[in-house]
Write a protein that binds this ligand. Structure first.
Ligand SMILES: [Zn+2]
Length: 1092
């Protein structure tokens, strides 16, 4: 699932790449040989062709670890291993209680106490045993009575016992054990093996009805079948034994238990362990106009409104479409058939078994889809629509289709995504050495979706803005963003669909990988973009360290108990910190071993589930095989022990590196210390018990050269290490190329030397580290670890900077400062400082020509230059460069007078926004009109955002109010309107008031899609920075926002931090700006004024 909406940039490259022929064999045979799952997981596991390593048994076989070769492998169905984990089956705990009560009754000799006499002990033990026996008997009687009551109450729709006062502890335990629907997790006594699901879809009145037959295996004798169902009208249930002569099992009663979204069947007699049964349920429900479950959506074509219905099941919404065991570990196979009017087509994870069936007399048609491999419910999917499609196929025979509105298909807007998907399937197959598992992959572009995209196996669903590309008008950053969403979803076909996290606490196992591979996969498509080594830093590492440096952050693996917790785990910590940790591990292990570990992990858990320890185990195994070689490089690590520190503790360390501390040691010594980095602790700092095993890479430099890096493992709070080649003139640089997930601080003298180096010859330090130094210095100062002057002095080297990435890191930092300062009296001091840094390079780079991106050839070569040019124009126009303003106004005037848009696509957003903010109301109306008439989704998006740039409060208010009309503004875009109005200093109060006034409407609309809600809350509040606004936020949270999840406490912490920064640091900050940067000289070490 891709939640991301952050701006990025990009193109395409000729098709190519190889694909194994075994994939073809795999696909061709798929429909006929996909086996039915066995009734016993540990026997007769069917075989399946996959691409595997040459030597799966010898983990470090010298010959071609990564050579693909077809081998036979098995897909393990969920076996007994899973059953031992998690919740203890019900009967057990009662006996444990019993055992505990007996043991507890025994007198124990405690040190220092006088032992009781034997006689007294015996009496006491006997008495306690009797009491315990009586208590247990009483509980048993109570339970028997309760069951009697349940059985006699078949027609009463509610769960039994709900209105009974609960008694003592013993009774409550019994209730939980004997009423398994009261637990938030499903019991494990029965598990599904196969679903036959038939759904009839009524698009005329937006309802659907269905029946599902589920083959379940009983693992432990039970009288209950508990599964999920939510908002479904269940009309009948039946259970039969699946064996010769096995007849119907009477269902004593069935009822919904809405608190846990469960459907409960109470049977007359127990199901027997090791037997299989068939559960049949019929149901119906509405196809709601919302964003979850099986929902509807619409689009306009030729003046008509046309409808479609699609699914979004992740994480817990399959239960809104059919009764099912809606937890990821309950994998099963699915045979789906959809019945609908013949004017629609339908699709699902697997191909249709029959070509489009002819309409019956009633005008309806039924489509049956091939049986799926074992899979979790959350990535099952189907859709009913009247879309058109384009298709291609891989050399291995996998059919790839892109389906979208007919006009989008006709214009070719889907061709780009189709083209890169074909290349990506080959890329991932080669990288993972595991074939794509299904015979086809459909990409469906829908007008409305709660996420950027969802990775349903074989049927990935994207919101149009993240998959349709009109090459004539789309900017490079739009194309890059779209590319990365596609790369992300295709990665999930392996990480997520083929191997699924066991439970939601480790959702980062799929999201972290998919996010990391966005950069690796995009590098494959466009090697010159250098995404993984560069853009990853600003867009992932720097971004998530902002969040994870808050005390309201949480560990990446977090406990998940109820449904609200499940929504909560899909946040930037899971995605971005997950990706950053995976990248750190890959760099420590080395690419070769890392890939080998991934291959082993996928092969071991394919068609099944895995937890983080399973991944660490595979990674450790490949390292063990190379232990000698790894030891000499300091890379023979215990992966589990190292990574647990990073995944189970929240936050990250700041590592402080000091040369020759206090002059006590020889110059070659450095002292290294670590502490928990936190914003806004004012010297109090973070959790002092937190400690990490930090892979710190260090290099020393001196004027014109830098040494090769040394890896130092830091295990303690403070350590001393020896470096070679050190003297007074050499500087130290830590976290080489920012592969580690931590910040690095230095003593002030070292900062001074680094700053001198940047001013004199920045190229000596790598592009990635130049960006890293900017981000670290800025954030260390913001959190109070460094004087405010350090980052300002450091960024004063920017006129010498010719690369995009450091500029991008700097502009992110400058916009952060801008948010804090844009309503202060001395703001001009700051904007003048920024414009001074930008001026030289901005005039040198100029404005882009109006060349169209075309197939991306131009962009491919010039990406870094174009991105830098765009970044400088954005900074210049945002901070008030007059020439930039004139240029933007000229472009808009030309567009209005000629009705021809000659603005280069790459900078349209900047020009539109600048024009709207500087020009009169007519321009706003003109852009509003263009927003309505444009069909290109990328263009629509930036036109809408430009409208938020106006200085006119009346227009901004009008826009805010219109944004909630879904016919005018798509639901997912309304959030951006509100956030962008808040970004505009003139609109800040309006957006903040609008947000509070409309909270009920917004919460009803987005509350369940927690990621959108969180984005909205953060976006509207992050600019607040006065005491008054802090009071207003506190008041709002007290009165309305308490149920809004973790975004509210986070918002509060950010705003408190903003207010604190003003109180503690603003004066020093402006003092430094008033004084201006001191001259920086190379030699001798100058008098750089760092302290503010
Ligand atoms: Zn994802």
């Amino acid at each position: 699932m891709e939640c991301g909406w952050c701006p990025r940039a990009a193109t395409c490259q000729p098709a190519g790449g190889s694909s194994s022929s075994s994939t073809a064999a795999l696909a061709a045979h798929f429909l006929s040989i996909w086996p039915a799952p066995p009734s016993r997981p540990d026997k007769s596991t069917p075989t399946w062709l996959i691409l595997g390593p040459l030597s799966q048994n010898t983990c470090c076989g010298a010959s071609g670890i990564f050579k693909p070769q077809p081998v036979a492998a098995k897909f393990p169905l969920m076996g007994p291993r899973d059953l031992t984990s998690g919740v203890t089956p019900s009967g057990r705990r009662v006996s444990e209680q019993w055992a505990a009560s007996v043991t507890g009754g025994r007198p124990r000799v405690v040190g220092g106490q006088r032992p009781a006499s034997v006689h007294k002990r015996l009496v006491a033990a006997f008495a306690l045993s009797v009491v315990t026996l009586v208590a247990v008997a009483a509980v048993a009687v109570a339970l028997a009575v309760r069951f009697q009551e349940c059985g006699g109450d078949e027609e009463a729709g509610g769960p039994p016992g709900t209105d009974r006062p609960s008694g003592g502890r013993g009774e409550r335990v019994s209730a939980a054990e004997e009423e398994p629907w009261r637990r938030s997790r499903l019991p494990e006594a029965v598990r599904p093996r196969h679903y036959d699901l038939n759904v009839a879809v009524h698009m005329d009145n937006f309802t659907f009805s269905g029946d599902v037959g589920i083959d379940v295996e009983c693992l432990k004798a039970t009288r209950f079948i508990v599964l999920h169902a939510d908002r479904l009208e269940v009309s009948s249930v039946a259970v039969t034994a699946k064996r010769p002569g096995g007849g119907a099992i009477r269902v004593q009663r069935h009822f919904a238990f809405p608190a846990n979204q469960m459907l409960v069947l109470v049977l007359h007699r127990e199901l027997r362990a090791s037997r299989t049964y068939r559960l049949d349920v019929t149901f119906e429900a509405a196809i709601e106009d919302e964003l979850l479950g099986f929902f509807r959506s619409s689009y306009g074509l030729g003046g008509q409104r046309r409808y479609l219905a699609v699914t979004q099941f992740s994480p817990t919404h399959a239960r809104k479409a059919f009764p099912c065991f809606d937890e990821p570990a309950f994998k099963a196979t699915f045979s789906l058939s959809l019945r609908h009017h013949a004017r629609y087509t339908s699709l699902s994870n697997m191909p249709a078994l029959d070509a489009a069936a002819a309409a019956g007399e009633d005008g309806w048609t039924t489509r049956r889809f091939a049986r799926t491999p074992p899979m979790s419910t959350y990535y099952l999917a189907w859709a009913v629509c009247d879309f058109a499609s384009r298709e291609t196929s891989t050399e291995g025979g996998v059919t790839i289709r892109l389906l979208a509105r007919p006009d989008a298909i006709a214009s070719g807007a889907g061709d780009y995504a189709l083209h890169i998907t074909k290349r990506l399937l080959s890329f991932y197959q080669d990288f993972f050495k595991v074939a794509y598992a299904l015979p086809k992959l459909d990409l469906l572009a829908v007008p409305k979706h709660p996420y950027a995209a969802m990775e349903n196996w074989g049927l990935s669903i994207f919101v149009e803005q993240k998959i349709l590309l009109d090459a004539q008008v789309s900017s490079a950053s739009y194309q890059m963003e779209l590319t990365m969403v596609v790369v992300h979803e295709i990665c999930h076909q392996w990480f997520g669909d083929l191997v699924t996290p066991l439970w939601w606490e480790d959702v980062w196992l799929k999201e972290g990988f998919a996010h990391y591979f966005e950069y690796v996969g995009t590098d494959f498509l466009f090697p010159k973009w250098n995404m993984e080594k560069q853009r990853f830093l600003t867009d992932v590492l720097h971004e998530v360290m902002l969040l994870d440096g808050l005390s309201s952050s949480h560990p990446i693996s977090q406990e998940v108990r109820d449904a609200a917790d499940i929504d909560r785990v899909f946040d930037w910590i899971a995605y971005k910190k997950g990706a950053a940790l995976i990248r750190m591990l890959a760099n420590v292990m080395g690419q070769r071993l890392f890939r080998k570990g991934l291959n082993d992990y996928l092969l071991s858990h394919m068609y099944g589930n895995a937890a983080r320890d399973d991944l660490w185990k595979k990674m450790s195994e490949v390292i063990l095989c190379r232990v000698q070689a790894m030891r000499s490089e300091g890379r023979d690590i215990d992966v589990g022990a190292v990574m647990d520190r990073w995944t189970l503790q929240m936050g990250y360390p700041v590592v402080t590196v000091s040369k020759n501390p206090a002059g006590q040691l020889a110059t070659r010594y450095i002292s290294v210390s670590q502490e928990h980095f936190l914003y806004g602790q004012d010297g109090g700092r973070g959790n002092s018990s937190f400690q990490w095993q930090v892979p710190l890479t260090v290099a020393v430099g001196n004027g014109s050269r830098v040494s090769s890096e040394t890896l130092i493992w830091i295990h303690n709070k403070t350590e001393t290490h020896v470096m070679s080649e050190m003297d007074d003139k050499t500087w130290l640089l830590g976290n080489i190329n920012q592969t580690g997930y931590f910040r690095v601080n230095y003593d002030l003298q070292n900062w001074k030397l680094l700053i001198e180096q940047l001013h004199a010859d920045p190229q000596v330090i790598s592009v990635a580290n130049r960006a890293g130094l900017i981000d670290d210095a800025f954030n260390l100062a913001r959190a109070g670890y460094l004087p405010q002057g350090v980052p300002l002095q450091l960024m004063a080297y920017l006129p010498e900077e010719a690369s995009f990435l450091p500029w991008h890191a700097a502009s992110r930092a400058l916009y952060q400062l801008d948010k804090l300062l844009d309503r202060t009296d001395d703001y001009n001091l700051f904007s003048d400082y920024v414009l001074k840094q930008v001026a030289t390079r901005y005039h040198q780079m100029g404005w882009p020509s109006n060349a169209v991106n075309g197939e991306g050839g131009v962009l491919q070569a010039a990406y870094q230059t174009e991105e830098l040019q765009r970044e400088l124009i954005m900074l210049a126009c945002s901070f008030g460069n007059k020439q930039c303003h004139r240029q933007a106004v000229a472009y808009i005037s030309d567009w209005i007078s000629s009705n021809k848009n000659r603005i280069p696509p790459n900078i349209r957003d900047v020009v539109y926004c600048t024009g709207v903010s500087l020009m009169d109301e007519d321009v706003w109306e003109f852009i509003w009109m263009k927003f309505h008439s444009s069909n290109a989704v990328s263009e629509k998006k930036i036109l809408l955002e430009a409208l938020t740039c106006s200085d006119n409060a009346f227009l901004l208010n009008r826009l805010l109010n219109l944004s909630l009309t879904s016919e005018l503004v798509a639901e997912q875009d309304a959030i951006d309107v509100i956030i962008h109005v808040g970004r505009n200093p003139r609109g800040r109060n309006l957006a903040w008031r609008f947000f509070r006034d409309k909270w009920d409407v917004l919460d009803a609309r987005y509350g369940e899609a927690l990621f959108m809600n969180s984005k909205l809350i953060t976006g509207v509040t992050e600019f607040l920075n006065t005491e008054k606004e802090l009071d207003e936020l506190n008041e709002f949270i007290r009165s309305s926002g308490e149920g809004a999840g973790p975004a509210m406490p986070r918002a509060l912490e950010i705003v408190k931090g903003n207010v604190r920064w003003h109180r503690l640091h603003r004066r020093h900050f402006y003092q430094w700006l008033r004084k201006g940067p001191a001259p920086v000289r190379r030699s001798p070490p100058g008098d750089v004024s760092l302290a503010a």
